[in-house]
Design a protein around this ligand. Structure first.
Ligand code: DTR
Ligand code: ZN
Ligand code: ZN
Length: 551
């Protein structure tokens, strides 16, 4: 099937009637509109909607043929640890790059099979980077065969959807990312490595992950993962509107890469046509095919070749993904809009103390609007978030103070700050690390510094303690010097403030030895603390042996 021309409709509601296409490709669920108000942030009323495209089956099959010939020239397999796998990565990567994608190879570590090739990640530039919609497929096969249905089908379909998005280049509201996973057949290892490589803030930005594994089974069915959830809503609506009565993917539950994302708290769904389980007679009645036979009789076998594909299932899976992406991430950006950000983007506080960041807003289109600020998720227990002021005119900024309590559990928290404006709302993430009171907060410089007459030495230590210094800080100094009264000792904090902790002068000399000081301070704990020792008088000399500070 070829792609149809891009349809632009000025009013979203008009789409339903327009799309009475002869092919099953552009199905519009009954009563749906292009406005996703029901799923989250409201959009402006005057959207120019763009029809989801009919993804080319011919092109998907051309990619499948490429993967088949890659297997043929590499011992009949595309297993993650083989040249057939890396050649598959190169093929997909090269097509994506030519289309304008930003691609990245992600090393399959930690936890992957030794020698496994990389994951491939592709970002389509544009859309709100804080709202990432992801789709993925594993690109590796088992060693027994070329893996054309499992999972050349999902990989090729995903590639063609990505290329169609690039060719159409529509305005994007959300950011779209695609992933081709390594080492799935060894235990979902590539996708797990990818998810664990993300910071918690970046994980939080992924609002949904859709998985495509075995989407062209010759005797297939129409299965959707987590079919009753919000993440499945568009895929389900697409198949339901074709009258295909999709079912839950029970056979594939927790057996593909969506599990890696779901385990990290990300909403997931996906499409599958089935593996080695048997088609029931009820399914054969409603979907066609042969009851009592496996969905894919060549599952994990050498006969999983280009002959082992159902075109109808393959075709519909691509159109279903395009439908989901276009519904959720394509549209004309709001004509009156703002953006929001946190600077710094991360901070830390010891339990019981507070941290601050500046939340700034910018008018990105149209006139400025009132934006009220709130911390909508991620605030740790025992902590409170306060905005000063609590509402700004876009262009303005506010100070967010997060006050923790002694009972706040140590950990890293992705605090979502939502700005609710007049036409729309946007969120940003501030990553807050709460440290326990018990971590290492004591640092020592053991280097000897010779103290000459009428001169000054500086001995630094680097503190890695987080949050504010606990006042008074404790300082212990060991000096070998025959006249402590000669010495003036100062402590310099990371922010440059000097504290005099011992003054010179006196009528007689005592030897210094080890002395301790409690120094009231008001500044951060981390950074360079410097002990400065000045010898103000002649005759006696010595050396600074070591000093220790507890912040
Ligand atoms: N990821 C498949 C695992 C799997 C098993 N049954 C199903 C059903 C539908 C989709 C996937 C699966 C594999 O790679 O072997
Ligand atoms: Zn698979
Ligand atoms: Zn498999």
């Amino acid at each position: 099937m070829r792609r149809t021309a891009v349809l632009a409709a000025t009013v979203a509601m008009a789409l339903t009637g327009l799309l009475a296409s002869a092919t099953p490709a552009i199905a519009q669920p009954p009563g749906s509109t292009r406005d996703d108000t029901s799923r989250g942030a409201p959009r402006s009323a005057s959207l120019t909607a763009l029809a989801p495209p009919d993804v080319s089956l011919t092109n998907i099959k051309a990619h499948l043929n490429q993967l088949q010939s890659i297997a043929n020239s590499n011992g009949g397999t595309r297993r993650s640890t083989t040249a057939g796998y890396t050649a598959s990565v190169s093929y997909v990567e090269q097509r994506l790059q030519a289309a304008g994608y930003t691609t990245r190879r992600g090393t399959c570590t930690p936890g992957c099979t030794s020698g496994a090739g990389p994951n491939l990640i592709a970002d389509w530039p544009g859309g709100d980077e804080n709202q990432v919609i992801m789709a993925g497929a594993h690109l590796d096969s088992v060693s027994a065969g070329p893996g054309i249905n499992d999972n050349g089908s999902g990989s090729s379909m995903l590639l063609e959807v990505a290329l169609t998005l690039a060719a159409q280049n529509p305005a994007m509201t959300k950011h779209v990312r695609f992933g081709w996973w390594s080492d799935e057949e060894q235990g979902l290892l590539g996708s797990r490595a990818y998810v664990s490589s993300l910071s918690s803030a970046d994980r939080t930005k992924i609002k949904q992950y859709l998985n495509f594994d075995m989407v062209g089974s010759v005797n297939g069915g129409y299965f959707i993962n987590n079919i009753t959830t919000t993440a499945a809503a568009d895929l389900r609506a697409f198949y339901t509107n074709l009258g295909l009565a999709p079912e839950e993917n029970t056979e594939g539950a927790n057996r593909s890469d969506d599990a890696s994302f779901r385990n990290a708290g990300i909403a997931t769904s996906g499409v599958a046509a089935g593996a080695s389980a048997t088609k029931t007679s009820a399914q054969a009645t409603k979907w066609g095919g042969t009851a009592g036979r496996a969905y894919d009789p060549c599952y994990h076998r050498s006969c999983d070749t280009t002959a082992n594909i159902s075109d109808a299932h393959l075709d519909r899976s691509g159109d279903a993904l395009a439908y989901a992406i276009w519904t959720q991430a394509v549209g004309t950006p709001n004509s009156r809009d703002f953006s929001i950000g946190a600077s710094p983007a991360s901070g830390s506080a010891q339990a019981g103390q507070s941290a601050t960041t500046t939340i700034s807003t910018t008018t990105t289109s149209g006139t400025a609007q009132t934006v009220s600020l709130s911390a909508t998720s991620g605030v740790p227990s025992g902590a409170t978030a306060t905005f000063s002021p609590s509402s700004v005119t876009s262009g303005g900024s506010s100070t967010l103070t997060l006050s923790t309590s002694a009972s706040t559990p140590p950990g890293t928290y992705a605090v979502t700050v939502t700005g609710t404006g007049e036409t729309t709302s946007h969120a940003t993430t501030w990553t807050l690390t709460v440290t326990g009171t018990g971590g290492n907060r004591t640092f020592t410089n053991d280097t000897n510094y010779t103290i000459n007459d009428l001169s000054t030495i500086n001995s630094p230590v680097t503190s890695t303690a987080t949050g504010s210094a606990v006042s008074p800080v404790q300082v212990s100094v060991t000096i070998s010097h025959t006249c402590a009264e000669d010495l003036r000792i100062r402590l310099r904090g990371p922010n440059g403030t000097y504290y005099t902790i011992d003054s010179s002068g006196g009528s007689s000399c005592t030897s210094y030895g080890t002395r301790t000081y409690s120094v009231p301070v008001s500044q951060q704990a981390s950074g360079t603390w410097t002990l400065q020792v000045t010898d103000d008088y002649f005759i006696d000399t010595g050396f600074l042996d070591s000093w220790t500070i507890t912040v």
